[in-house]
Design a protein around this ligand. Sequence first.
Ligand code: S3P
Length: 193
Amino acid sequence: MRPKAAQYTLNQMTAENRSRKLVCLTGFMGSGKSTTARVLAGQLGWLNTDLDRCITEATHLSIPEIFSRLGEAEFRRLEHEQLARVVAESVAKQKPRIVSLGGGTIVQPQNLALLRDAGALLIWLHCPIEDLLHRCAHITDRPLFRDEASFRRLYAERLPTYEMSDYRVESRGEPARVVEQILSLGIFPGVTA
Ligand code: S3P
């Protein structure tokens, strides 16, 4: 039987051990989550976890391989399982951590609930759709980038979910500028941009 990762995690959490030092970057594909998280975590000296990488390491498959061989539903199950694992580890270790989520992670209500319950802060890297299209058109590892029309549709569908984030930062510019904006939000004690 598969482990019920999310249930396990939620049961482990109480108001006392919720981590306020779990900061997650969300946003549509191409918005720069992984790069920004790496630079941000480096500057803060925090742990950095890339959720897509956790999935590929756990399965020994690339993201496109998971989609083509196992299907999107299985990808979402794996994504949830890895998120639950990362959240549980963060709560247990209490070490501050930046997590770059996948573009569809918080669209799954159980993932958003898991993050909220853990007291995670969500930062939305917002980028105009034209820029995202331009960036993703050259990338081949995004199985959900099929064509422009479906890309625009998915973006519009997901906007209301991204808008539920705690903070919004413009991610159009260089990663260093995006990190500066995040540092100036005042959510990292003792750190200024
Ligand atoms: C997805 C985005 C991808 C990856 C998977 C699904 C999505 O991550 O998780 O292809 O649903 O938007 P990035 O946002 O890092 O491209």
